[in-house]
Design a protein around this ligand. Structure first.
Ligand SMILES: [Zn+2]
Length: 124
């Protein structure tokens, strides 16, 4: 596994994510007999604890010198959304305030904005 350093910081979290992403991408490329990766689009949840700049840096480091070098990593940030279990209102959670703006309930189910997903992989 390639080291992922920047300014003396070690991005353990982003590095393992970048590694998983590359595994999935390579798998997809194999399935489609693709030889070059053009770009990848990711949806990154606001609450995923992923720093897009760090992930982008790790991705670059890990692809440099490989077949995937030069691929573009595009990231869309997905805001955090919640569903109130009391009144059914779906709303955007701001400032991590898990409280329904309608009925003030704290029984909120998160519906979007967690984790990370691959939206699109563009290959040649
Ligand atoms: Zn409510």
């Amino acid at each position: 596994m390639a080291p992922c350093w920047k300014d003396g910081l070690f991005f353990m979290h982003e590095m393992s994510i970048a590694q998983s992403l590359l595994d999935i991408i390579k798998d997809e490329m194999r399935k489609h007999d693709a030889t070059a990766l053009r770009s990848v689009r990711l949806a990154i949840g606001q609450m995923s604890a992923i720093v897009p700049e760090s992930l982008s840096f790790c991705f670059e480091v890990m692809t440099s010198g490989t077949d995937l070098e030069g691929a573009q990593l595009n990231m869309d940030l997905i805001p955090l959304r919640g569903l109130c279990r009391e009144c059914g209102l779906e709303f955007e959670i701001e400032g991590y305030a898990f409280e329904c703006p309608h009925c003030n309930s704290h029984s909120i189910e998160t519906t979007a904005g967690q984790g990370l997903s691959i939206v699109e992989i563009e290959v040649d």
